[in-house]
Ligand binder design. Structure first.
Ligand SMILES: Nc1nc2c(ncn2[C@@H]2O[C@H](COP(=O)(O)OP(=O)(O)OP(=O)(O)O)[C@@H](O)[C@H]2O)c(=O)[nH]1
Ligand SMILES: [Mg+2]
Length: 338
């Protein structure tokens, strides 16, 4: 299964500046000739593959991307300044399509690859360009041409950065609906989630985001096909960080035992999963007693202090996102897997 992130944006290249009509006026030149300069060219729009970006999230907030217009020409045959180009940065792997025709304009697969998508308009001509032997004083200029402007659709295949690992009902879907725009079904029975859901999470750093996969719950024996079993462990395989979610309101199994079972299942499926960095969260703190919360905070599981969180009250959710981002930003994306 492939997850697709999409965005629709409008791009508008800059218009060319106008050529102007102007006449030379100098002290000793009584009949000054034409000296109207040409307009500058409009800026173009390029798309660039930026390996620092992982999602199209930024485009939800900014839909119009414009390049600068060229300036009009000036007297003394001065050409107007050209408009600056605009560089639209997209994640590596982004496909750019013309929205109307569906035609692919670019498939940005190489880091830092740059492709011209919308050309800026040419500058118009000033009257000095129209001077001929028979017309020494042309009263003629042309206006700049408009830049290309159209709607494009961006598409990116997403890889999960973080996989949520937990028993059914641990609160995985509730967490993803708290930290992203994803709205998976949430219910108090096991195996509510039957298909993985991806959510895009805004990182604590501007213009940065990461992808969290909410996958169906695991149970003991999952690695041998029990429950929803193996097929979803593949998604865990492709992520960079594992977030273990342990239900703090459950005495049986208590978080430490739940963790052991989950870890064992991952190991049975593929021991290299345990090489991935892991974070442990104890969930549903809003429904835990003060004593249970205090006890959970004192726990050390697998040499780690778990974070005690609640996706309902928001308790420690910011810390969790910061912690995930801390690990993700220190490790680079593995683009090879699919
Ligand atoms: N009080 C409280 N309840 C929670 C919290 N998170 C989840 N729940 C409840 O726990 C139940 C299970 O939540 P889900 O988010 O569906 O759990 P899940 O891990 O996605 O479950 P599966 O999809 O079945 O694997 C629901 O009734 C939620 O309302 C929380 O932070 N506090
Ligand atoms: Mg779920």
């Amino acid at each position: 299964m492939v997850f697709i992130d999409q965005a629709k944006i409008r791009i508008e290249a800059g218009s060319g500046g106008n050529g102007i009509i102007s006449w030379r006026r100098e002290k000793y030149v009584p009949k000054g000739g034409p000296d109207g300069g040409n307009g500058g060219h409009g800026g173009s729009i390029y798309f660039e593959a930026d390996p620092e970006l992982g999602t199209l999230l930024d485009f939800r907030y900014r839909r119009l991307h414009k390049a600068e217009n060229g300036a009009n020409g000036e007297g003394s045959n001065r050409t107007g300044r050209s408009g600056n180009d605009a560089i639209v940065r997209v994640p590596v792997g982004t496909i750019v399509r013309d929205l109307e025709s569906g035609k692919t304009l670019a498939d940005l697969t190489i880091p830092h690859e740059r492709v011209l998508i919308a050309r800026g308009g040419k500058g118009g001509l000033g009257n000095s360009e129209f001077k001929t032997a028979t017309n020494q004083a042309p009263r003629k200029q042309t206006n700049g041409k408009p830049g290309e402007a159209f709607d494009v659709e961006l598409e990116l295949k997403l890889l999960a950065d973080v996989a949520l690992v937990g028993f059914p009902n641990a609160g995985k879907s509730t967490l993803i609906s708290r930290i992203s725009a994803a709205r998976p079904k949430i219910a108090d029975y096991p195996f509510t989630t039957l298909q993985p859901n991806l959510g895009i999470v805004q990182a604590p750093e501007e213009h940065k985001s990461f992808v969290v996969a909410d996958i169906p719950g695991l149970i003991e024996g999952a690695s041998e096909g029990r429950g929803l079993g193996l097929q979803f462990l593949r998604h865990i395989e492709r992520s960079r960080v594992l977030l273990f979610m342990l239900d703090g309101t459950q005495a049986e199994p208590a978080p430490r035992e739940a963790y052991k079972v989950l870890k064992e299942e991952l190991k049975n499926y593929n021991p290299s999963l345990l090489v991935k960095p892991r974070i442990i969260a104890i969930t549903k703190s809003d429904a835990m007693s003060e004593d249970d919360i205090a006890a959970a905070r004192r726990l050390t599981i697998d040499k780690q202090k778990p974070l005690v969180i609640s996706a309902v009250s928001g308790d420690n959710i910011d810390s969790l996102v910061r912690k995930l981002w801390g690990i993700l930003s220190a490790t680079s994306r593995d683009t090879a897997s699919d």
